[in-house]
Write a protein that binds this ligand. Structure first.
Ligand SMILES: *[C@@H]1O[C@H](CO)[C@@H](O)[C@H](O)[C@H]1NC(C)=O
Ligand SMILES: *[C@@H]1O[C@H](CO)[C@@H](O)[C@H](O)[C@H]1NC(C)=O
Ligand SMILES: *[C@@H]1O[C@H](CO)[C@@H](O)[C@H](O)[C@H]1NC(C)=O
Ligand SMILES: *[C@@H]1O[C@H](CO)[C@@H](O)[C@H](O)[C@H]1NC(C)=O
Length: 327
């Protein structure tokens, strides 16, 4: 199925009928040959200068890629003390069993961590924006289908992006896993701490996973690294309120020990969703062994987060007006 909005915009751009002064999102990369040494179905390691630092990211080009078809892209942020390569192994988003349609980009954090973690001074919002500029100029990326996920500190950074005035309208959907959502305030009241957010739209799709037996980033929140972690239900409820969905959720079972809480009504139903597994730890939920669930005291989950994330991204592209805002 062709992403019709992007194809429509591509047609406008090609016909050069864009009114002057209107900024259209980039389809600059469409029609270009792949950079030297890169091919579909292969992961490349790319360096980029951002904020005066030499940075790098891994990029996986989907097997199905065609340079004239706008293609979705997912950015996936590794956890603290981990690397881009480890995130690629953990999230399984490049596994053809789950995904053959989307680019997957793995940014590498300076000192293996991200902006938003206490003490980190790196500008990773700028880094993300620089990566998007680069990939959108080199490949035919569908500007309505750029989404982000991440684990732990990387999930916290997904929330930083969702709350950024510019990138919240450039990125379509957000799926943090076992997120560390640090807030710089003490004393810490996890269930009613004020969560700062400067999103530029009120229809942000967010799907958050968290385990009830997470001993690193507690489900109940609390003080950590001299900052405050919100209770996960409070964090989710605040997103539901910000998106104007209200506090009511529809609770449905996902698998044993796991439920989904969905907020919103009508076409907005499920715009904010939380998947809670009562028994897993600080893990990327998976029914197959991974670097998280093989740690002593951890165990396999009863479901896979990865296909649920991919479905959520498929269901939540950016609409035309948000797209113009983020351009
Ligand atoms: C990618 O390149 C960077 C910088 O050259 C290097 O530090 C890193 O180890 C490489 N990553 C992989 C997975 O090859
Ligand atoms: C990375 O860690 C080194 C060694 O601890 C430190 O000197 C440097 O300032 C850190 N870089 C950033 C951007 O935080
Ligand atoms: C969802 O609603 C149920 C029933 O009212 C409630 O028990 C539960 O705490 C809610 N979940 C969240 C995450 O707010
Ligand atoms: C919860 O995690 C601890 C280790 O942090 C482990 O010993 C315990 O078995 C886990 N409980 C469940 C229900 O998995």
């Amino acid at each position: 199925m062709l992403p019709s909005l992007a194809v429509f915009i591509l047609a406008i751009v090609e016909a050069s009928v864009v009114p002057q002064g209107l900024s259209f999102p980039s389809l600059e990369g469409c029609g270009k040959a792949l950079p030297d040494g890169q091919s579909t179905g292969v992961v490349s390691n790319v360096t980029i200068v951002s904020g005066g630092n030499q940075r790098n990211y891994l990029i996986s080009i989907p097997l199905s890629y065609h340079s004239k078809i706008p293609t979705p892209a997912i950015l996936s942020y590794h956890g603290g003390v981990r690397t881009a390569e480890q995130q690629l192994l953990l999230d399984q988003l490049t596994n053809p069993e789950f995904n053959t349609l989307s680019f997957v980009i793995y940014p590498q954090g300076i000192n293996n961590t991200w902006q938003g973690v206490p003490g980190v001074t790196t500008n990773d919002v700028q880094f993300t924006s620089d990566i998007l500029d680069q990939v959108q100029s080199l490949y035919c990326i569908d500007p309505t289908r750029i989404s982000v996920t991440g684990k732990s500190d990387g999930a916290g950074f997904c929330n930083t992006l969702a709350c950024d005035p510019t990138l919240s309208s450039r990125i379509a959907a957000f799926a943090p896993v076992s997120g560390a959502y640090y807030i710089d305030t003490l004393p810490c009241m996890p269930s009613d701490v004020c969560i700062p957010c400067h999103a530029s739209r009120k229809d942000i799709p967010l799907l958050a996973f968290h385990g009830g037996n997470d001993s690193t980033i507690s489900y109940q929140g609390g003080e950590r690294k001299n900052e405050c972690l919100p209770a996960i239900p409070h964090f989710i409820q605040q997103w539901a309120v910000r998106d104007g969905l209200g506090l009511h959720n529809v609770t449905t079972p996902v698998s044993s020990n796991t439920v989904s809480y969905k907020y919103g009504k009508g076409y907005e139903f499920g715009l904010v969703e939380h998947i809670y597994d009562a028994v897993i730890g600080h893990d990327w939920p998976s029914t197959i062994p991974n670097a998280d669930n093989q740690v002593v005291g951890h165990h396999l989950a009863s479901f896979n987060a990865t296909p649920i994330i991919l479905d959520f991204f498929r269901q939540h592209p950016l609409n035309f007006f948000d797209l113009i805002k983020g351009a």
